[in-house]
Design a protein around this ligand. Sequence first.
Ligand SMILES: *Cc1c(COP(=O)(O)O)cnc(C)c1O
Length: 385
Amino acid sequence: MMTNAYAWIDQSLATIHKAGWHRSMTTIDRPGAIVQIEGRSFLNFASNDYLGLAGDDRLIQAAIAATQTYGTGSTGSRLITGHRKLHRELECAIARLKQTEDAIVFSSGYLANLGTIAAIVGKRDLILSDQYNHSSLRTGAIVSGATTLNYAHCDLQDLRTKLTQQRSHFQRCLILTDTVFSMEGDLCPLPQLLDLADEFSCMVLVDEAHATGVMGKTGAGCLEHFGCTGRSLIQMGTLSKSLGSLGGYVAGSTTLIDFLRNRAASWIYTTGLSPADTAAAIAAIAIVQHEPQRREKLWQNVALFKQLIEQHSLELLPSESPIVCLQLPDIETALRVGQTLKDAGIFAPAIRPPTVPTSRIRVTIMATHDREHIEQLATSLSCVV
Ligand SMILES: *Cc1c(COP(=O)(O)O)cnc(C)c1O
């Protein structure tokens, strides 16, 4: 009997629909605090472009100039034909921003996590991972083949218990954590976590995707925010959020980076970053370092939003970042609130399981929002919830 080998996909999609988990894309014209969706203007509270750099003319001009000089593609892997002077310039700029010895750029943050985790731990090793870590950390843990245990979100007591019970059964141990949690907006307790890692001789990999450019006096991220600059650990991040480009990076010691160049498969066997993306990221890092006023405006906007929301006594998840989430009881309410906001010209979509454990509206504040934008969001939220 012949059966259609692909028929299961229809059934699987039907299940996804039934659970209310089906997603589709929204077409947005170009990045900014105000965006056009299907011919209508929306206030954009859904972007990772915290500093408003993805549409900045200096990044655009840098990308154009690099394309004219180096062409569109880098034509090969970094170890064969794909390495340009520009890539090294970017890696040095990242290392300077992070105050590490060196850095390496990957094609995306996702690939940076996969390649790095799989390169530094394996079958005989242990990974301890915050339960709310980003998908790329969790997938990296699976790909590595290491035994992986999740610890309760930001719960160092639980982490200590698991280390005490398990650490001695394994060779190397790696702790994985987001620094700014992407779907809640809270921060990992970094200094104490690093102390615990030292005590049990564990490596630590922190994901600074939402922290770089945003946290810390110079925008270096959560290490700077917590006064942990210079401590030994592995930092990764993305060029695609506040840096407005595309790509990922790892920053750390000279030996770590040299090791990754020799062992991270997701770096070795893939094409180098495009010249346009590379040059845009270099321009963005310069702006992060030379225009602290962007970060100041961002934090003013965050403070204003939280203050207005408190006045309306709405329930927010704990947040210490420009990611602010409004907790909602179920998927239906979240979708309804998301739709009502959309009807009011505000783009702040519902985030729901399986991406997060509980339904919520996730708001991201940008440096390029005006006071009126923030006020309009707060007023609309107070009306619909
Ligand atoms: C976005 C994100 C990534 C992935 O970065 P990309 O460059 O978009 O692949 C990794 N970790 C976290 C926490 C993120 O939010």
